[in-house]
Design a binder for this molecule. Structure first.
Ligand SMILES: *Cc1c(COP(=O)(O)O)cnc(C)c1O
Length: 578
């Protein structure tokens, strides 16, 4: 193990033996820039991290031999505060690793700008509702052996400039496997969750170099086949700008020569180091996160075999306690076998409605505390919560405020909104400002509550407490989306464009409703208003029996399918244990 003699950590470290029971059985390592573990642990920003967290919970439920690796992100992503003018402002969102994890007495180094940057892992033991456990390692460069300039590398999620970002990706992709090796993990399969972890492939190529290579012409000293056999890659981004790219000049300045003989350009692209390309070239199993997204990925990167294990959510984490009680009573196996939820159909209407109303009242309480707005639990509530960014079209619902008002006067309803914009996303920030302006102007006639600081706990309240879950991405730009799956599990009915997972989950008039036909269209806004006014709100007000029947279809058909238990069984069988 790499450990320096002057190692005198400020926090007392736990002996490495803490992870030994895990290390001896673990075969699969999952690397992700963000993982949402629990509300007080700020190591995530949004959907990608929540998926990683749900993945870890299912791995624990299913007893999969896995370890999860991410950065400690001491300062979090950011805390959203809405100011008096209706603008998002950002504050740091720190958390205390020592309150949730233990630092292990192990150090490894990566070389950045010619300096050794030491990394210490924190050990977080994740326990799932069924009592399963998996280890999570949180990588930290805030150790006293480091030059002060390197101690904040693992502080800010998606913060800083591209140099900062590259350093983080080196810590995750190259430091991650080194830490695992130092802790005695014998990893056979590495899963890269998005391209942020793709430098892992470089680390493995260098680890398994072949000694005699240079004596033979056209013989690479790098064992591509061996590394490819070890790597699984999930891509999440159908937006070209969403793929990380670094100039070779920057890479060379920060990390030196990563590979000999120009091999890096063969793998990562001639102009820039494209992390998606790098991961695609060195993974034996590549996954898109829904069928439609896999098709999009095949068009963006022709020549690669792209599978489609559709994303899911962890049922035990996302079902409201009132629904958990019903499921526990009627289908005790539902935690590990959510297929059992298919039978929800036969439960009494009253049982489902009461559980829903419990969640709806809790959401109303939270909204009153945080915003001062009092919602009416008897009115249909439309929810929209996610990252505020252009392609998700957060303004679509509000494009004609007069029309929205006219609908509300005929068939009363109310709206709950939440979402952060990335600090540098001007379009997303403008959308927040616009929505807040409209909600202020309509306040007397249509209640629109904006819950600030969307995060795990706000999400839990919103997805379970609304009646209708709206999503309006511009197809085909939503890779999967998962919030609608959480809503469905709690009996909220999805109303969305046919993109990502909803293209698979929508049975119009049964599990929810479609906006548009799945093609990118300027007509989506009109279709939204037309269906809301003509179909959805009248059904809620006039035919509660049919509405509850649809709630049951939503829980049964979507909850039984779009979950991470099914997802992880497929990753296990098709990608990890080949
Ligand atoms: C589920 C979740 C997301 C993902 O939402 P999408 O609508 O799928 O983009 C983002 N943020 C939080 C906090 C979540 O819980």
């Amino acid at each position: 193990m790499l450990k320096r003699e002057d190692d005198t950590p400020a926090v007392p470290t736990a002996p490495v033996t803490r992870v030994e029971p895990f290390a001896s059985r673990t075969r699969v390592a999952y690397l992700s820039m963000e993982i949402a573990l629990e509300p007080a642990v700020h190591t995530y920003s949004g959907g990608l991290g929540v998926l990683a967290g749900d993945t870890a919970y299912s791995a624990a439920d299913l007893n999969l031999p896995m370890v999860f690796v991410t950065l400690v992100t001491r300062q979090g992503y950011f805390r959203q505060v809405i100011d008096a003018d209706g603008n998002q402002t950002e504050e740091p969102d720190p958390w205390d690793p020592a309150a949730h994890a233990v630092p292990l007495g192990a150090l490894v180094a990566v070389t950045l700008e010619g300096r050794s940057v030491w990394i210490r892992p924190w050990f977080y033991e994740l326990k799932s509702p069924t009592g399963g456990r998996v280890p999570v390692l949180l990588l930290d460069t805030d150790v006293e052996q480091n030059d002060p300039v390197d101690r904040d590398i693992t502080d800010h999620l998606y913060g800083g400039d591209e140099t900062y970002r590259l350093k983080q990706e080196i810590v995750l992709g190259m430091g991650g496997p080194r830490i695992l090796q130092a802790l005695g993990f014998d990893i056979r399969t590495f899963h890269m969750n998005e391209g942020h972890a793709a430098l892992l492939t470089i680390e493995l190529l260098n680890r398994f170099r072949r000694a005699l290579g240079r004596q033979l012409p056209h013989f690479s000293e790098y064992d591509y086949g061996r590394v490819r056999d070890m790597c699984v890659f999930t891509t999440h981004t159908p937006v070209e700008a969403g793929h990380d790219k670094f100039s070779y000049e920057l890479v060379n300045r920060i990390a030196g020569d990563l590979l000999q003989n120009g091999d890096l350009k063969d793998l990562g692209g001639t102009d820039h180091l494209n992390m998606t390309k790098l991961a695609l070239n060195l993974s034996n199993y590549v996954n898109g996160v829904a069928r439609k997204h896999a098709d999009t990925t095949r068009h963006m990167f022709p020549g690669y075999e792209v599978r489609s294990i559709t994303n899911g959510v962890h049922p035990g984490r996302w079902a409201h306690p009132a629904f958990c009680r019903i499921f526990d009573e009627n289908y005790p196996v539902w935690h590990v076998e959510p297929e059992a939820l298919n039978h929800v159909d036969s439960l009494p209407d009253e049982t489902i409605w009461q559980a829903h109303m419990t969640a709806k009242h809790e959401l109303a309480d939270l909204i009153r505390q945080r915003t001062g707005t009092s919602l009416d639990p008897d009115l249909p509530t439309l929810g929209y919560a996610r990252r505020m960014t252009g392609y998700k079209r957060p303004g679509l619902l509000f494009r004609d405020p007069e029309r929205l008002l006219a609908i509300a006067e005929k068939t009363p309803f109310q709206i709950v909104i939440a979402g952060k914009a990335h600090p540098r996303d001007a379009t997303g920030k403008a959308a927040i400002h616009e929505i807040l302006g409209i909600s202020g102007r309509l306040a007397d006639r249509l209640k629109i509550a904006y819950l600030p600081n969307y995060n795990l706990s706000v999400a839990r309240h919103i997805v379970s407490g609304v009646d209708i879950w709206l999503n309006t991405p511009m197809p085909p730009l939503e890779a999967s989306g998962t919030s609608g799956m959480k809503a469905a599990l709690n009996g909220a009915l999805n109303f969305s464009t046919l993109d990502g997972w909803w293209a698979e989950g929508c049975l119009d008039g049964v599990t929810g409703w479609a906006i548009g036909d799945g093609a990118p269209s300027e007509e989506d806004g009109e279709d939204l208003y037309r269906k809301l006014e003509g179909t959805i709100l009248p059904l809620y007000h006039d035919d509660r029996e049919k509405w509850i029947w649809m709630m049951k279809q939503s829980i049964g058909r979507i909850g039984s399918t779009f979950n991470t238990q099914r997802m992880m069984r497929r990753y296990g069988a098709e990608a990890y244990l080949r």
